[in-house]
Design a protein around this ligand. Structure first.
Ligand code: SIN
Ligand code: CO
Length: 387
């Protein structure tokens, strides 16, 4: 894959104009989840991170999630990946291919995603990259999550509106708005960026060939959180007692589930409790659990622990692009697992979680050295130079 090009960031690791001169605090209070923001030259010199051929190759990979959308007048066609290379050519009818989770495979894309860490990582989802031929797009629609649409190569016309009417076209394989009423109309050029809060209607149409980088956020709904939490609780449930009915009386119909049984089970189930610590632990596991298609690549010939630590001292350490490391209530969770650490290791681990890197010459306790070596053998971290 091609390396990152033309990235401009300040010492704090943020692109200097990413929010058009707004501080993260101003952006959060005035725009986040409230109204769109167009930033011209948010990332000056940005033309993309993955070249066109590599992106199409990714779309054909069975381990990568992708969609191909084709439009012929008002007919829409959707093909989920892996794509066939032979279908990713031609421009008779406008088409676009959208590749999800590019950050999992391309370290520079992971670095780009984490330039948005002024929003907590717990809210970050992934970086989707789309390539479209002239006229290509996914049609007017709305999303349930916030998105930053950063223009890579070429130009795209975005029309957006804040309509309440969310009715969708019937019998179409995509969610296309029936009555799209755009209020704003902008052409984005390489490096320009548009932030959209959830539910803003939008339609992006390629002007000539183009690529768009979508930094997407996760907004789990209450139903999903509830069922995931109950699944998590199930493995930890410890209830005492056994159903008993020494005062059982004869009943007229033996098929009846009696009131006393219902009452007693109500009391037993009322003993299922959870507290804030359980919710924090659940979130730590749930939010760092790798997506089903993600797998890690442990080093084929791992360094010995001594050599690993010496490489880490020389180069620093970096989380693998696929790794998720979050902290809740002073506990750390790496790829779905709680880490066992000494209290003194918290500061170092917090820095690794925040920056996704540790600088060279860092002092590691024995516990942390062992833990990071194990993580290295699992393919979760690597000795790596800062970008
Ligand atoms: C695209 O990149 O074409 C689609 C992005 C979006 O509308 O969310
Ligand atoms: Co969208």
């Amino acid at each position: 894959m091609r390396a990152a090009v033309g990235l401009i960031w300040d010492n704090a690791g943020m692109y200097t104009n990413l929010l058009g001169g707004l501080s993260p605090r101003q952006f959060l209070s005035e725009y986040w989840q409230k109204k769109p923001l167009l930033v011209r030259q948010a990332v000056p010199g940005f033309t993309g991170l993955v070249d066109h051929d590599d992106l199409l190759e990714m779309a054909c990979d069975p381990d990568v999630e992708s969609r191909l959308v084709r439009r012929h007048n008002n007919e829409w066609e959707l093909q989920r990946g892996p794509q066939k290379r032979s279908k990713l050519r031609g421009a008779k009818h406008p088409w676009t291919v959208l590749v999800q989770g590019v950050n999992l495979w391309v370290p520079a894309a992971d670095a780009l995603l984490h330039k948005f860490d002024f929003i907590p990582q717990a809210r970050l989802d992934d970086l989707m990259v789309s390539y479209a031929v002239d006229g290509g797009g996914v049609g007017p629609h709305f999303d349930n999550y916030d998105v930053f649409l950063l223009q890579g190569a070429g130009k795209r016309r975005w029309r957006i509106g804040a309509q309440d009417d969310r009715s969708l076209l019937d019998d179409v394989p995509l969610k296309i708005l029936k009555n799209f009423k755009p209020e704003f109309d902008w052409v984005l050029e390489p490096g320009d960026m548009l932030y959209l809060p959830p539910h803003w209607a939008h339609d992006g149409v390629a002007i000539g060939e183009c690529t768009t980088y979508s930094i997407g956020f996760r907004s789990p709904d209450a139903q999903e959180l509830g069922s995931e939490f109950l699944g998590w609780m199930q493995d930890r449930l410890k209830l005492d007692g056994l159903y008993a009915d020494p005062d059982l009386e004869p009943q007229e119909n033996s098929a009846l589930i009696g009131d006393r049984m219902i009452d007693q089970v109500m009391t037993m189930l009322a003993a299922i409790r959870w507290d804030r610590a359980d919710v924090a632990a659940f979130l730590g596991h749930y939010l760092t659990e790798p997506k089903p298609q993600v797998y890690f690549e442990p080093p084929e010939q791992p360094l010995t622990q001594r050599k690993f630590l010496s490489a880490a001292r020389k180069l620093g350490l970096a989380l693998d692009a696929r790794s998720l490391l979050l902290c809740a209530e002073s506990r750390f969770y790496l790829n779905g697992e709680l880490l066992t650490i000494e209290p003194d290791d918290s500061t170092t681990l917090a820095a690794l979680a925040d920056k996704r890197r540790l600088p060279r010459d860092i002092e590691l306790s024995d516990t942390l050295a062992n833990l990071l070596y194990e993580a290295y053998c699992d393919g979760f971290v690597h000795p790596a130079e800062a970008p």
